[in-house]
Design a protein around this ligand. Structure first.
Ligand code: NAI
Length: 470
């Protein structure tokens, strides 16, 4: 390869939502960008084995539950059968289409893709080891966007067969009879729901006293009640302590219950979803002096600069919520900053969503966090059951909470449990983004009939004037 073919303005390591979006924005801004990715396809965890395939599976199983569990009510019936291979094929087609689309975008913008494992080699150099050997690249800026991987429990290493990470839980070839999910966060609740809908008995073991602990307790409680009705079994304040082989290839997990009692769970499949850790090893970081924090994340300043000049980091690899949209925003902000513009991420306005049915979504502060930040708050509540569209679409379970500062009425946070909460949250994000008030949200026209009207009503309720609840 000639020097011109290996010299770039920027090299981006990792083609997930952080990396490929950063590369796209850089190319838009006229930069010559190299994108290094070890997977054969672009899109990272999110598109290949995370957000997108899980959403395809969630949708397929929602189609199933709508027909199987609610069909007769609509005069729709008959025998419903699940063909798991077809369901998985649909998911694979969705992924293939999307990663192909990203490749088209990247190629169309003139970004050069190198397939292989990249590592810092000092002085703006990156060594890429691929199937066709090694190539040494050079650039003024190197952007680390290598993402994260699932965390193992020390006594329960992933084996890909029985002890699974989310990577395998999206690709099982048969429906397990008994599944234990360890961790009731985003992955545990989403994938636990998928397999429970398909017929598995699912026990969810959670270390903390509540599920979906990233949300307010009121939200956790409403969500837990709904998921329990759907058939998920929760074991909260319960700590898995060990594992042994059971009969017929099963695993037996031992655990300590809320009162210190001994519990055990037998399962054909165990999904360990206790969080993710940054991929900061094997990148030559220590060798060139890039500093890590206590969680092995790359330390950055407010401009994504690491401790080494010319090396930047974004996404799951650095502090903050491990969310694709956070990584994307950081990718854009960094690209703009490097190009001399004023790129910026408003971390307060990053929504957080769990894509169960109903979905759970939140932005800004929850009630507890708002109080901790020194606000006196007023909270408006609106039950989804009182929404007309919800009634017409079998989606009556859930609640909207709107928190506003008691003295200024500034919108501090919105939390939703509802079908389509992931879309409903967008209007709240917009109001928070420009520093709007609960009154602004309450006076914004929301189309009728939509579930989003429940957000408007909860905003009206902040001032005690919801129209469709007493
Ligand atoms: P998480 O951090 O969301 O939840 C992990 C849960 O496991 C917590 O409730 C924690 O208390 C519990 N836990 C930890 N150790 C435990 C133990 N030994 N026994 C029992 N419970 C234990 O992590 P998750 O679900 O694995 O997701 C990883 C990351 O990926 C998160 O940052 C999440 O936000 C992100 N993600 C986001 C999605 C979304 O936006 N919908 C979907 C999937 C993942």
């Amino acid at each position: 390869m000639t020097q011109a073919e290996t010299s770039f303005d920027w090299i981006v390591l990792g083609a997930g939502p952080g990396g490929y979006v950063c590369a796209l924005r850089g190319a838009q801004l006229g930069k010559r960008v190299a994108l290094v990715e070890k997977r054969p396809t672009l899109g990272g965890t999110c598109l290949n084995v995370g957000c997108i395939p899980s959403k395809a599976l969630l949708h397929s199983t929602e189609v199933l539950t709508a027909a199987r569990d609610h069909g007769s009510h609509h005069g729709i019936g008959g025998t419903i059968e699940v063909q798991l291979d077809q369901l998985m094929q649909h998911k694979d087609e969705v992924v293939a289409k999307l990663v192909g689309g990203v490749r088209q975008l990247v190629d169309g913008r003139g970004i050069t893709v190198f397939t292989g494992e990249g590592a810092l080699a000092g002085d703006g150099e990156v060594l890429v080891r691929g199937e066709e050997g090694e190539v040494r690249l050079r650039a003024d800026a190197v952007i680390l966007a290598t993402g994260s991987r699932s965390v193992e429990l020390p006594f329960l290493p992933f084996d890909g067969e029985t002890i699974l990470s989310s990577d395998e839980a999206i690709a099982l070839e048969a429906i397990p009879e008994k599944m234990v999910v360890i961790g009731a966060g985003a992955i545990g609740l989403e994938m636990g729901s998928v397999w429970q809908r398909l017929g598995a008995e699912v026990d969810v073991v959670e270390f903390l006293p509540r599920i979906a602990a990233g949300f307010d307790p009121e939200i956790s409680k409403v969500a837990e009640r709904i998921f329990k009705k759907q058939g998920l079994r929760f074991h909260k304040s319960t700590k898995v302590t060990g594992a042994s082989h059971g009969k017929e290839g099963r695993v037996v997990l031992t655990a300590e219950g809320p009162k210190g009692e001994d519990l055990s769970f037998e399962a054909d499949k165990v999904l360990v979803s206790v969080g993710r850790a940054p991929v900061s090893d094997g990148l030559g970081l220590e060798e060139v002096g890039v500093e890590l924090d206590e969680k092995k994340r790359v330390k950055t300043d407010g401009h994504f600069r690491t401790s080494v000049a010319g090396v930047y980091a974004i996404g799951d690899l650095i502090a903050g919520p491990m969310l694709a949209h956070k990584a994307e925003e950081e990718g854009v902000a960094l690209a703009e900053q490097l190009a001399g513009q004023a790129g910026h991420v408003n971390y307060f306005a990053i929504p957080n969503v769990i894509y169960t049915d109903p979905e759970i979504a939140a932005v800004g502060y929850g009630a507890e966090a708002a109080k901790e930040a020194g606000h006196e708050i007023r909270t408006g509540r609106f039950p989804i059951a009182a929404n007309g569209r919800a009634l017409a679409t079998d989606a009556t379970e859930g609640l909207v909470l709107v928190h506003a500062d008691a003295s200024t009425d500034r919108l501090l946070g919105v939390e939703i449990v509802s079908r389509n909460a992931s879309e409903m949250i967008a209007s709240a994000v917009a109001h928070i983004e420009y520093g709007g008030s609960a009154e602004d949200l309450a006076r914004t026209v929301h189309a009728h009939p939509t579930l989003s009207e429940a957000v408007k009503e909860a905003a009206l309720a902040v001032d005690g004037r919801a129209l469709h609840s007493l």
